[in-house]
Design a binder for this molecule. Structure first.
Ligand SMILES: NCCCC(=O)N[C@@H](Cc1c[nH]cn1)C(=O)O
Ligand code: ZN
Ligand code: ZN
Length: 478
């Protein structure tokens, strides 16, 4: 194995520029899943991936998950591309998941360069939308397989893949496909690996074994039948926006403490053993404050920041639909407004219980206002938290691969964000799932000037290959 892996590493080094050109090609496809006008581009990106894997000899199956209504338009959902590369009964089978859609990006949002043109900066940043989330990592699997084939190196495992084009828009249609294909396309899977998250800092690699869940709510307050003139009606009618602002202000305090009674009752206490896992992680408030561009950190200790990111529930307020938000002054009283907020959930919170507590609290607070408006709490989407033991052999393979590539033992991390498909795979395929990130903490996924460092991209392609070689020689039943 050592010989093959060394050859693979050399080839990755030799092909660096070619790999960057491939990333450039896919960044140029603006596969923004939330934009109806870009749906054709999302589909083009899926077809690009399928064609490239088929050229290599993979067997692919395109599943069209159905339709969605977006911006009043009925649209085909982009395809889920399932694939199988290699089918040797003597090899293990690894299923990899990734997404080929991206977040929206406009130059006028504050990007320094055109978001859909990959630009390599002097400091090694490869800047472009999707470079780290998640086009770089999904190319990593493809380039790894292509490199093995071109050099005549034995590919160490059977690879199955599942690439979707709706991750940034709630993965519509994907869960049903995974459930349906669990005993079909995904049959025989030994382990799953997902590369769609980031290191905790900028220098030290990590393996991730936990994610928070999310419960998303709309709080609707409705009053008169139409918007009103505030000079005529202000002070004479109950204003929906006034009620909404009162209610939103009750949810969470300025230090992030959720004010909904009972919400912390289901949270698993932090054990002494768990406390130790916060030691020696590559994480500092100094680096975080630099990334934030202004020090707005609530907690004094790094471990408390991490616990509030990974281990405790949080509540964030995202926006208000129906409210006036443009520049300038408008004197309207909006007739109907919807506040958007979400809770990130942790072990052992139950989404159903969370929704009950949120609704009961808001109904009680609304009743206190004595308003004649009507209020509704709607849970719009959710995903459950995920926690896995980092001692599983799949994680051992990931740790060995990391040491081979980076020469250090990876940190074991959890994440504050949510990747609901992780749990869907784990529960329906009954196999271990490893999150193996390629990018760094400062990559700016979803933000302006998203990048992946050349180092992370190239070493990441090595890492994914080394991981497959390690899986091949690791007893996964242990
Ligand atoms: N670093 C991996 C996190 C991936 C991510 O950003 N997931 C989204 C998922 C989501 C939930 N509701 C809408 N999108 C997240 O916000 O955590
Ligand atoms: Zn992603
Ligand atoms: Zn994303």
């Amino acid at each position: 194995m050592a010989n093959t892996v060394d050859k693979y590493f050399d080839l990755v080094d030799q092909n660096q520029q070619k790999f960057i050109e491939t990333l450039r090609e896919v960044v140029e496809i603006p596969s923004v899943s939330s934009d109806a006008s870009k749906r054709g581009e999302v589909v083009r990106m899926g077809e690009w991936l399928q064609a490239r894997w088929e050229q290599l000899g993979a067997q692919c199956k395109r599943i069209d998950p159905g339709k969605q209504i977006l911006e009043g338009e009925e649209l085909d959902l982009p395809p889920v591309i399932l694939g199988q590369y290699g089918n040797d009964a003597n090899k293990k089978t690894v299923l990899v998941y990734g997404h080929y859609d991206v977040q929206p990006a406009l130059l006028e949002d504050g990007w320094a360069t055109d978001p859909f043109t990959l630009v390599e900066m002097d400091d090694g940043r490869l800047v472009g939308r999707g470079s780290t989330d998640d086009k770089g990592p999904i190319l990593g699997w493809l380039l790894c397989a292509e490199t093995h084939k071109q050099a005549g190196l034995d590919f160490p495992v059977n690879l199955k893949f599942c690439f979707e084009g709706m991750e940034e828009s709630g993965s519509e249609g994907l869960d049903a496909i995974i459930v349906d294909q669990a005993d079909k396309w995904f049959k025989g899977t030994d382990v799953v690996c997902i590369s769609d998250n980031y290191w905790l800092g900028k220098n030290k690699p990590c393996l991730t074994h936990g994610l928070r869940g999310v419960s998303y709510f709309h709080l609707q307050v409705e009053g008169p039948g139409a918007d009103l003139h505030s000079g005529v009606f202000g002070g004479t009618v109950h204003e929906p926006m006034v009620d909404l602002v009162h209610l939103l202000s009750k949810l969470v305090d300025t230090n992030g403490r959720i004010q909904i009674p009972g919400i912390y009752d289901q949270v698993m206490p932090v054990t002494d053993e768990e406390e130790l896992t916060y030691e020696n992680l590559e994480f500092s408030h100094t680096a975080l404050a630099t990334d934030l561009k202004h020090d707005v950190i609530i907690h004094a200790e790094e471990r408390d920041t991490l616990k509030h990111r990974w281990r405790y529930p949080t509540l964030s307020i995202h926006g208000v639909e129906g409210a006036f938000y443009s520049p300038g002054d408008k004197t309207v009283i909006p007739a109907k407004v919807k506040g958007k907020f979400s809770l990130r959930t942790v072990p052992n919170m139950e989404p159903k219980r969370v929704a009950e507590l949120v609704t009961a609290f808001l109904e009680k607070e609304f009743a206190k206002l004595g308003s004649k408006n009507r209020m509704r709490v709607i849970e719009t989407h959710g995903g459950r938290w995920w926690y896995s033991s980092p001692n599983h052999p799949n994680f051992v393979a990931g740790a060995r691969a990391t040491e081979l590539v980076y020469g250090v033992k990876p940190d074991l991390t959890r994440e504050g964000g949510s990747i609901p498909v992780t749990l869907t795979f784990e529960e329906n395929l009954n196999v271990n799932v490893l999150l193996l990130p390629m990018g760094a903490a400062d990559d700016g996924a979803h933000s302006i000037n998203e990048k992946i460092d050349r180092r992370n991209y190239i070493q990441g392609i090595k890492l994914l290959g080394a991981y497959l070689h390690e899986v091949a020689v690791t007893d996964m039943t242990a």
